[in-house]
Design a protein around this ligand. Structure first.
Ligand code: ZN
Length: 55
């Protein structure tokens, strides 16, 4: 899950939405902060948890 800093606070965005919403993220000027792979995190766009493949 990617963490972005938006004007309305920090937003978690999954890899799929980060790709799908790339234009919006750039238009809105969201600043990429860091990545964290945790099952409890939910994407602020699609509401889903990050898919974490098991070894
Ligand atoms: Zn998502």
């Amino acid at each position: 899950m990617h963490l972005y800093e938006s004007k309305k606070g920090d937003r978690w965005v999954c890899a799929y939405c980060a790709q799908d919403e790339e234009e919006m993220i750039q238009d809105e000027g969201w600043k990429y902060l860091f990545d964290r792979d945790e099952q409890y995190l939910r994407c602020s766009i699609c509401g889903e948890a990050e898919f974490i493949p098991e070894d």
